[in-house]
Design a protein around this ligand. Sequence first.
Ligand SMILES: C[S@@+](CC[C@H](N)C(=O)[O-])C[C@H]1O[C@@H](n2cnc3c(N)ncnc32)[C@H](O)[C@@H]1O
Length: 250
Amino acid sequence: MSESSTDLREVVRQRYAAAAVKVTDGGTACCGPQPIETDENFGSTLYAADDREALPAEAVAASLGCGNPTAVAELNEGERVLDLGSGGGIDVLLSARRVGPTGKAYGLDMTEEMLALALANTAKAGVTNVEFLKGDIEAIPLPAGTIDVVISNCVINLSTDKPAVFAETFRVLKPGGRIGVSDVVSDDDLTPGQRAERGSYVGCIAGALSFTEYREGLEAAGFTGVEITPTHEVADGMHSAIVRAVKPGR
Ligand SMILES: C[S@@+](CC[C@H](N)C(=O)[O-])C[C@H]1O[C@@H](n2cnc3c(N)ncnc32)[C@H](O)[C@@H]1O
């Protein structure tokens, strides 16, 4: 990894650590001017009321996503789900309920403070079929072919090595496994410089891939059936989108 991408990753880690501490101290991670600049396009308002009501207030307050991947991933009883960049744990807890006691939901995050918040939220939610892992989404600490569904909510845009994220996601999925991801995606005609003019890297804007880059990245890793559906605009020419794809082989 180059020095600048290491620096960028550390900036991301520090900003999300600060967001986790803010929630732990009784604030909300989303929609204030500090420590993460977000607006009504991000956070817990993107979840249905019954999803929000089923969770501890701190898990809802920590929501920093740009969609609701659990609503699009069509999770089934008994499945094993992995959430890349699980933050305060909102999507892991919702997934755990959907897959039931015979299934399991894993959360993976690199930020110690977010993992601590997620564990506290899990204890409050009284959910037992979950496990949080510390690590990088570019080097997933799970064996190959063990996961049915990979979800993620507004995290892949933050990675400084997106081909590694796609390759690792493909590796851990079982043949026939699928992804259901919410992420920020740019119009194809915006250059990286124009994306950076529209928002910061830590704010999930500057690091976004275009629709074509996203599709080509997933296909290069081996995915098929790639569908990228924009849901709402988060900045001029930048969209929150639902990304679906399948690992062939079943
Ligand atoms: C925008 S927040 C989203 C959190 C959560 N998915 C949600 O919807 O609330 C980004 C999260 O991804 C984590 N993260 C960012 N880059 C990561 C990486 N390369 N590897 C692991 N975690 C990462 C951050 O620590 C943070 O918790």
